[in-house]
Design a protein around this ligand. Structure first.
Ligand code: PAF
Length: 309
């Protein structure tokens, strides 16, 4: 079986290396000729896991040159979902399956509308990975990837992975709740760390940040309760503080995006929550303030970039 991966960030590279190691054919679909050249210079995906480094000679191509796709893994940033899928849509075989492994919410539904809901599997991961350089991924924290679907059976996809697959993967009969749990933690940690330019652990250590985090969690719980979503077996504020403390030295993905002047996933994280709150008639003023502040941070960067030509 061949897997095609769109989105060669940390998670895309981690999966690419792991699938290749498990004996699957793997092709990365890259953005442009410059990325393809960069990949050729790298010679493949370099994976560092538990101190061991290995090189995985997967293939790479551009969307226009891509062959038929049987298994597609989409792990671009959430805001790239539509463009990334449209570019490879004509290559999907009639029995193709598409696994979406992204942050945020709303993008999975969009993916289902584009590829057909019967083809779609949805994943959510707690694996910690970061890129040391393009195509050089560090698997920093072993987590779990849960895979489910709303309109299809995704257990066949999970069953295709060998028992000794190097990533922990399981079927999830309620992937929507899993996505909401991840959204809850991301809504608490990501915008705050981006705005205060701090490490995750500072949200627990610094009292005024901790108070904001608790307010965000309380507002989130109102929305979750109104839609009947069961979050954690403890208050969200406690869960979010545990995650912030456990990843205390890390800079969140949103802060990294801000620092590297990349578009953040704020619209698919806090933006999604605010839209859902509005639909349900629930006030979430602290989340709205976060949304506005992160949007402003992004706009300031873009302005600065255009001033510098
Ligand atoms: O987006 C991230 O950086 C992570 O998902 C999280 C939960 C904030 C922890 O590092």
């Amino acid at each position: 079986m061949e897997w095609t991966i769109v989105g060669a960030g940390a998670i895309g590279c981690l999966w690419g290396a792991s699938l290749q190691q498990a004996g699957f054919g793997v092709t990365l679909v890259l953005r442009d000729a410059t990325r393809l050249q960069q990949f050729r210079r790298a010679g493949g995906i370099r994976l560092t896991r538990e101190g061991n480094e290995s090189l995985h000679r997967v293939k790479a191509t551009l969307a226009g040159d891509c062959g038929p796709i049987e298994r597609l893994l989409l792990c671009t940033k959430a805001f790239d979902t539509e463009a990334a899928l449209r570019a490879v849509l004509p290559r999907l075989t009639p029995n193709a399956r598409v696994l979406v492994l992204q942050n945020g919410l709303g993008n999975q539904q969009l993916a289902g509308e584009l590829v057909g809901p019967w083809r779609l599997a949805i994943g959510s991961t707690t694996d910690g990975a970061w890129l040391r350089a393009p195509f050089e991924v560090v698997h920093a924290g072993r987590g779990q990837t849960r895979i489910g679907a709303s309109d299809a059976d995704s257990s066949d996809l999970v069953a295709e992975l060998p028992d000794d697959f190097s990533l922990e993967v399981c079927s999830d009969p309620d992937i929507e709740t899993t996505l909401w749990r991840k959204l809850a933690v991301n809504c608490a940690i990501n915008p705050l760390t981006a705005i205060h330019a701090c490490r995750n652990g500072d949200l627990v250590r610094i009292a005024r940040y901790r108070e904001e985090l608790i307010r965000l969690c309380d507002e989130f719980e109102l929305v979750a309760r109104a839609r009947g979503t069961q979050l954690f077996d403890r208050p969200l504020a406690e869960q979010a503080q545990n995650v912030a403390a456990a990843t205390g030295d890390n800079f969140s993905s949103m802060l990294q995006d801000i620092r590297h002047r990349r578009t953040t996933e704020i619209e698919q994280i806090t933006g999604y929550l605010c839209r859902e709150a509005e639909r349900l008639g629930i006030a979430v003023p602290t989340h709205r303030a976060m949304l506005e502040q992160v949007r402003k941070l992004e706009a300031t960067q873009h302005r600065r970039d255009s001033n510098h030509g």
